[in-house]
Design a protein around this ligand. Structure first.
Ligand SMILES: N[C@@H](CCC(=O)N[C@@H](CS)C(=O)NCC(=O)O)C(=O)O
Length: 204
């Protein structure tokens, strides 16, 4: 299998953490995917995913899977070890909801990064504010969830770790830890996992 990927994408990082947690690293080759690169690079991504986004997983059959929640569920079923997305029951809905929250944080952060790359006079203060609020609201919700009990090691937790890792990487000026001691401690502990360390974005 071939994963169209970039070392900086939070969604790719989520998939790569799933690969490691499920013992599947050797089953997948990482292929560079640059949706915002040259026209040729963007077209190469579109040839696999019509939405022009990474990650996209090309199976040995040639069929492609996207986007990251679909890829992660596929890999979860393929790999060994504890299920990261329970097949049924309350745990499934918690994992899926938490994945949506993590992916939503990644979406808001990615949008902020892209908006900041536009000329200052073209940036929307309203959207910058909405995306920043979404990040803080999500962090606040996770803080409340952690007060009720630790997170299981599931797809939700992996998505949340990937998203806040991306925030630290691209938007270190956003202090999502302030007033959120539980989320801060949870993230620090998760950061010790091999899957998190081995997928760290490049420095500098
Ligand atoms: N919902 C998608 C989001 C993927 C996504 O937005 N990836 C970014 C890279 S971090 C991308 O390819 N963006 C290109 C674009 O938005 O055109 C997923 O979970 O896979």
């Amino acid at each position: 299998m071939r994963l169209l990927s970039s070392p900086t994408s939070p969604y790719v990082r989520k998939v790569r953490m799933v690969l490691i947690e499920k013992g599947l690293s050797d089953a997948v080759t990482l292929a560079p995917g640059a949706p915002m690169g040259s026209e040729a690079e963007a077209a190469a991504v579109r040839s696999v995913n019509p939405l022009g986004k990474i990650p996209a997983l090309v199976l040995d059959s040639g069929e492609a899977l996207y986007d990251s929640p679909v890829i992660c569920e596929y890999l979860d079923q393929l790999g060994a070890g504890p299920q990261l997305l329970p097949a049924q029951g309350a745990g499934r809905w918690t994992a899926l909801r938490r994945q949506a929250l993590g992916d939503g944080v990644a979406d808001a952060a990615f949008n902020l990064v892209m908006e900041h790359r536009r000329p200052a006079e073209q940036r929307s203060a309203e959207w910058l504010g909405r995306w920043t609020d979404a990040l803080h609201n999500a962090a606040g919700a996770l803080e409340v969830e952690l007060a009720a009990g630790d997170f299981a090691l599931d797809l939700g937790a992996i998505a949340v770790a990937a998203a806040f890792g991306y925030l630290d990487f691209r938007l270190p000026q956003i202090d999502w830890r302030a007033g959120r001691p539980r989320l801060t401690a949870w993230f620090a502990e998760f950061s010790q996992r091999a899957a998190f360390k081995e997928t760290a974005p490049p420095k500098g």
